[in-house]
Design a protein around this ligand. Structure first.
Ligand SMILES: Nc1nc2c(ncn2[C@@H]2O[C@H](COP(=O)(O)OP(=O)(O)OP(=O)(O)O)[C@@H](O)[C@H]2O)c(=O)[nH]1
Ligand SMILES: [Mg+2]
Length: 301
């Protein structure tokens, strides 16, 4: 028997061009940072699950990489992650920022989604509404309506919180009835080491540009509480770049830049782990790793 108070549970995913605001929106819905964000394209590199707990539902949001025209094997792999994710969820949100014209990239994604839309509802989500006047939001909703037949259209801002809970309601309404999928209080199923590596990458993305953001990868070589101490975790991490010229930029003059990245990342990691952290961070060159299947595998792609 169904009743209006039945508990719902399931999966939603956000898709869209790089930089559309998918990860920021995921974090806003979950209420904490589960995915790193930046103003560089292709910040997200795997499907990240964030869990929204409510009395009436458990909504698992899967944040995906931005779908784009791939130029490397990594880019292809990222796009594969997106397509695999949207074929598995209960509801999809196509994110389009309010401050940019609906373009060929959005139409390309919508055309692909139209095939999925027969069995999975797709919501049109206009993000970043805080950046533009109201009329422009209205115009963007109209423009988005043209690209495909959406189950629902909703404008949101992850920054000022506008309609974030409305979006949660709309997503939850599309979930099947079911029990909790994750224990109460669990906000993500990302391994701690992955979150730590991501926080380091987020800090490293700050202030770099052009090709460099794409070339950066971070691995955690070792992470453990310091022997004999319960208030200190030692983290040994490697920051990969693809060329020696990039290593110079990341290090900065006398290693000053890397030091700043380490300090910023350490603060974030301490907040995440709730303990003091010693971060040992080194830069290594993995030549052209974005194009090399073997190295991609080693880096987890
Ligand atoms: N003003 C404003 N900025 C936002 C909002 N949402 C995201 N941004 C900014 O937009 C940029 C991209 O945000 P992300 O959440 O990383 O975008 P993404 O879609 O996950 O990007 P990829 O992972 O590269 O696909 C960041 O600089 C965010 O701070 C919003 O609601 N308002
Ligand atoms: Mg992202």
């Amino acid at each position: 028997m169904t009743s209006s108070t039945a508990h719902r549970s399931g999966f939603a995913c956000f898709v869209g061009r790089p930089n559309a605001g998918k990860s920021t929106l995921t974090n806003a819905l979950v209420g904490t940072k589960v995915a790193i964000t930046s103003n560089k394209p292709q910040t997200t590199r795997h499907a990240i699950r964030g869990i929204v707990h409510r009395d009436d539902a458990q909504l698992v949001i899967v944040d995906t990489p931005g779908l784009h025209r791939p130029r490397t094997l990594l880019g292809q792999r990222l796009n594969d992650v997106v397509r695999e994710t949207w074929s598995e969820v209960d509801v999809i949100g196509l994110c389009v920022p309010a401050d940019q014209k609906v373009g060929p990239g959005d139409r390309f994604i919508a055309a692909e989604l139209a095939k999925v839309a027969q069995r999975t509802p797709v919501l049109g989500v206009v993000t970043k509404t805080d950046l533009v006047p109201q009329e422009q939001v209205a115009a963007q909703l109209l423009a988005l309506q043209e690209v495909m037949d959406f189950a629902e259209l909703v404008p949101v801002s992850a920054v000022d919180g506008f309609q974030v809970s409305t979006l949660a309601d709309l997503l939850v309404a599309r979930l099947p009835e079911g029990p909790q999928l994750y224990p109460g209080g669990e906000l993500t199923d990302e391994p701690e080491a992955t979150l730590v590596a991501e926080l380091i990458r987020e800090a490293a993305l700050e202030g770099v540009r052009d090709e460099l953001p794409h070339s950066i990868a971070v691995t955690i070589e070792e992470m453990a509480p310091r022997e004999g101490r319960d208030d200190m975790v030692d983290v040994h991490a490697l920051l990969y770049v693809e060329r020696s010229s990039q290593k110079g930029i990341v290090l900065g003059h006398r290693g000053e830049r890397l030091k700043r990245v380490g300090t910023e990342a350490r603060k974030q990691i301490e907040r995440l782990l709730g303990s003091r952290v010693y971060l040992d961070l080194h830069v290594k060159i993995a030549k052209d790793w974005q194009r090399d299947p073997k190295q991609l595998r080693r880096l987890g792609f």
